[in-house]
Design a protein around this ligand. Structure first.
Ligand SMILES: Cc1ncc(COP(=O)(O)O)c(C=O)c1O
Length: 416
């Protein structure tokens, strides 16, 4: 395992970059994972050696090569996401794009127009539905927090014949750990509702996300697994895909247009084809597939074990430390990839601490995330206005955590 992780680490040249002459300790992978050399190379190769148009618009040899490459990228993503068929994969620019698509394409009816969200949803999931609710098109309900987890008993009671869709994040980007998607999906199904899982924080260290836990739809972002920005995918189970209404429409989405009595009739293509309007990010998709294959070569089990070890090691070092409180339970946190904490001393200023990590350390700076983490629902429900988050990927080592802890101790010692 160690050799495989060490070999994977060599794929991330940004780890050795210096900023303002200082080394980086990168503990912000929940925001975005650094990018892989193989992904950058593949994107470049694709742009320079192919560079044509896919989507079956043209049928010359270059266009066919593009299509073949695009198809094999779709198959790689389908296999990674646990889809039964590549036809269940819609390429998107990430989770934000995927949820906007799902929200606007979903077949709400007057009788079934309620959407239930877990209280841990990222704004990427919350806001597309909040907009529909504000426009009077759906009713939005948010499960209360029980501790730092969705209160599952209340969730079960909230479900009913009006529930159309339930959305749960698979791994919270603010409190860490992992959510019980299988139980949440089974409950939604027993009420006749569909279930969406946000795999943004789960995908970086697991093959097969929501789809393998019974979700009808799920999504991940390529930039969070080391692939290029603007890549990702939405999985939609075949049965639900057939009910979605193509939303962002345009070239490449239609089978036929006819006109009768002065009115146009548009027949959209089935499956993903009705949802990928216009020329696509073909080079990004190809690089995404290469990234997935490289992570598979390392082994997602190895990556998960490595990250779990880093989280547990971090918790050991933080245990009993006066001045900050770690959020969440050890066993659950080890299933995730991050540790969130809040200051206990009034004189502890989070923005000040951020500056300290950036500017006051000799020879290096430590990249962490502080704030609300785009998890406003969780902040509102928990009362935490902001947290300090350290997050890990395969390239991190216990030394990175030790640098952070040492800096934290130093900052605490400066406080009154
Ligand atoms: C849990 C979660 N969901 C959704 C998103 C949005 O992802 P993207 O910005 O790649 O669309 C993020 C990004 O931080 C996230 O952490």
């Amino acid at each position: 395992m160690k050799e495989k992780i060490a070999a994977l680490k060599k794929e991330f040249p940004a780890l050795g970059a210096r900023f303002g002459g200082r080394r980086m300790v990168y503990l912000d992978s929940a925001c975005t994972v650094l990018k892989m050399r193989c992904a950058a190379r593949e994107q470049q190769r694709h742009m320079l050696k192919l560079g044509g148009c896919g989507g079956k618009r043209s049928v010359h040899a270059l266009a066919l090569a593009m299509e073949e490459n695009f198809h094999s990228a779709r198959a790689a993503v389908a296999s990674f996401m646990g889809a039964r068929s590549p036809a269940e994969i819609i390429f998107t620019s990430g989770v934000t794009d995927a949820v906007n698509l799902l929200a606007n394409a979903f077949p709400f009816t007057p009788g079934r127009s309620e959407v239930i969200l877990s209280p841990l949803e990222h704004n990427a999931v919350f806001l597309p539905f909040e907009r529909l609710a504000a426009a009077g098109k759906i009713k939005l309900r948010v499960v209360p927090l029980g501790g730092l987890k969705p209160d599952m008993k209340t969730y079960a009671k909230m479900l009913g014949p009006r529930t159309a869709l339930v959305c749960f994040t698979h791994a919270s980007n603010i409190f860490g750990g992992r959510e019980d998607i299988s139980s949440a999906a089974a409950l939604a199904h027993s009420a006749g509702a569909y279930f969406f899982a946000d795999d943004a924080q789960f995908a970086p260290s697991h093959a097969g996300g929501g789809a393998l836990c019974g979700a009808d739809a799920c999504a991940f972002s390529g930039h969070k697994i080391g692939a290029p920005y603007g890549t990702g995918a939405l999985y939609v189970k075949r049965e639900l895909m057939g009910k979605l209404r193509p939303w962002r429409v345009g070239g490449g989405t239609i089978e036929d247009v006819s006109v009768a009595g002065g009115r146009y009739k548009v027949k959209y293509l089935e499956n993903y084809q009705g949802f990928e309007a216009g020329v696509q990010n073909y080079s990004g998709a190809s690089a995404l597939a290469v990234t997935i294959k490289r992570l598979e070569k390392c082994g997602f089990e190895n990556i998960r074990k490595h990250i779990s070890g880093l989280v547990s090691g971090g918790l050991d070092l933080l245990e009993g430390m006066n001045g900050v409180r770690v959020l969440g339970e050890r066993e659950d946190l080890a299933e995730g990839s991050l540790i969130s904490m809040v200051p206990e001393k009034k004189s502890f200023s989070i923005p000040d601490f951020n500056q300290f990590l950036n500017l006051q350390l000799k020879g290096r700076f430590i990249a962490v995330r502080t704030g609300r983490h785009c998890a406003d629902l969780a902040c509102l429900a928990s009362g935490f206005r902001e947290t300090i988050r350290i997050s890990f990927f395969a390239y991190n080592t216990p030394r990175d955590t030790a640098f952070f802890i040492e800096a934290l101790r130093k900052y605490l010692s400066l406080l009154k």
